[in-house]
Ligand binder design. Structure first.
Ligand code: URP
Ligand code: ZN
Ligand code: ZN
Length: 477
């Protein structure tokens, strides 16, 4: 099967060119000057499918390096399965995800890894890889880290919050970092001071302050800045590379920027919710059927930050200046009915998470339209850097010969209205992005050469997506 995408504007992170893209089977075979022949071979008349991308951008498929499909969390499971979540991702121009295998205290890491393979295998619409969550860092977890690197899982997430659920203490974190420094893997950190947060939550609930707004107020930026600094110091001590996930506070960005200026291998990820949404959303609206509990729709951790304090503006700026390197979604969806409403009378019982896997490419493209980032930076933060950060580059994250045929034809003159009854395919009964209007549209999506989305139709099947083994981060020597 040969496909030619002709007349488009090919956008890589390195630049933009008018070019035709020839895909042979699952792989990009050539990037050609428009209309040119290949060694006398008339390309257009010798392919099975021609996609006319005139006036459109042809970009490498999005890579969402932070998702939680069907994650057991907060007394329930994230509402998107691997099947529904990866299909929604495809609709939005994301052709690869890296999801998190969960290990709770006492569980065996390799057993959990096998279990996650079971969950994902033959169910995904797009390609997928795994990071591994470590909680209690047993001796067997350390040897499992070495095993997993060989299995293509080269990154490990630790938590400084969620005591009794995920939290690793500083000694456990240090142990895991020492092992990462030896085997070349990346430590990913949920950087919030869990003890401080637990105290503030306890005090708020005891005082009768139980609405979703208090979720944000009890997870202040100081708790994020302090934990980010501590993680950086432990990484410095051990020599481990550090990737701070879901950064929302401008003060945490400053810690990351300082560490990078000092030459440390420290990286930062933010998410669309920290670019657009704010703590004030947690107030909810009395006009909504849920009243002030509507604010639960935006309960996630790290929390949304005050707009008055300017975190959102600072986050766009940090993306531009490369103080923050990439954007993932932290897709962890829960429905309002039957899930978020577990916290109706106590915000601390609201499952933490927002669903955005379908909308990341669009929301970040709106950043191009609004003048916050360039077209090439859009591709870089949503595809190329995730590929390089997590050992996928060459196959993923770029349009070049030899790369997988993961391609999105994006129409800058198109339009996307986001909402549960509009462009929403995630398994959620609400959208955190209801009413957002995007000045662009995902027209066609190819996953390893197969057209899976075209003309507002899903053409793929579950099981199209395959597990990929990742190498080590290409930002490390
Ligand atoms: O609120 C969030 N972020 N839920 C998912 C778990 C995590 O910490 O990434
Ligand atoms: Zn986290
Ligand atoms: Zn997460």
């Amino acid at each position: 099967m040969k496909t030619l995408i002709k007349n488009g504007t090919v956008v890589n992170s390195t630049g933009t060119a008018q070019a035709d893209v020839l895909i042979d089977g699952e792989t990009i075979a050539a990037v050609l000057a428009p209309g040119s022949s290949l060694l006398g071979f008339d390309v257009e008349n010798n392919v099975d499918t021609v996609i006319d991308a005139a006036g459109k951008y042809v970009i490498p498929g999005g890579i969402d390096a932070h998702t939680h499909m069907e994650m057991p969390f907060g007394g329930t499971n994230a509402s998107d399965t691997f099947e529904t979540g990866t299909r929604a991702a495809a609709w939005g121009g994301t052709t690869s995800i890296v999801d998190f295998v969960v290990q709770y205290a006492g569980e065996n890491v390799l057993d959990q890894f096998a279990l996650w393979h079971e969950k994902a295998r033959d169910n995904c619409a797009i390609d997928y890889g795994f990071h591994q969550i470590l909680s209690d860092v047993q001796d067997s977890s350390l040897t499992a880290m070495d095993e997993l690197v060989k299995e293509g899982v080269s990154s490990f997430k630790l938590f400084m919050a969620y005591k009794g659920v995920f939290l690793s203490d500083d000694g456990q974190i240090t142990k895991a970092m020492q092992r990462a420094a030896q085997n070349g893997s990346m430590i990913m950190m949920h950087a919030e001071n869990g003890s401080v947060i637990d105290l503030l939550v306890q005090q708020a609930v005891a005082a009768g302050n139980t609405t979703p707004y208090y979720h944000g107020l009890t997870r202040p930026w100081q708790a994020e800045e302090e934990a980010t600094h501590r993680a950086i110091m432990l990484a410095n001590l051990t020599g481990a590379p550090l990737y701070v996930v879901h950064v929302s506070a401008k003060q945490a960005v400053a810690q990351i920027a300082t560490a990078r200026d000092n030459g440390q291998n420290v990286f930062g990820e933010t998410c669309p919710q920290y670019l657009y949404l704010s703590l004030e959303d947690n107030l909810g609206a009395e006009s909504d059927e849920w009243g002030s509990f509507e604010g639960a729709k935006w309960v996630c951790s790290t929390p949304l930050r005050s707009r008055e304090e300017g975190h959102q503006h600072h986050m766009w700026q940090s993306l531009r200046t490369n103080d923050i390197q990439m954007v993932s979604t932290d897709h962890c969806p829960f429905c309002m009915k039957g899930q978020k409403d577990m916290g109706l009378t106590d915000f601390s019982k609201i499952p933490n998470g927002i669903g955005s896997v379908e909308h990341r490419m669009d929301l970040l493209y709106q950043g191009v339209v609004d003048g916050n980032i360039s077209l090439e930076r859009w591709v870089e933060v949503t595809s190329t850097t995730p590929a390089r950060m997590f050992g996928m580059y060459g196959k993923k994250g770029v349009i070049q010969p030899g790369a997988d045929g993961d391609i999105v034809v994006y129409d800058p003159k198109g339009h996307t209205s986001i909402g549960v009854d509009k462009s929403h395919h995630m398994n959620m009964d609400y959208s955190a992005w209801e009413g957002y209007e995007i000045d662009g549209h995902v027209d066609t999506v190819l996953s390893r050469g197969k057209v899976v989305i075209d003309d507002n139709q899903y053409l793929g099947t579950k099981g199209d997506g395959k597990f990929f083994k990742r190498g080590l981060s290409q930002y490390l020597i």
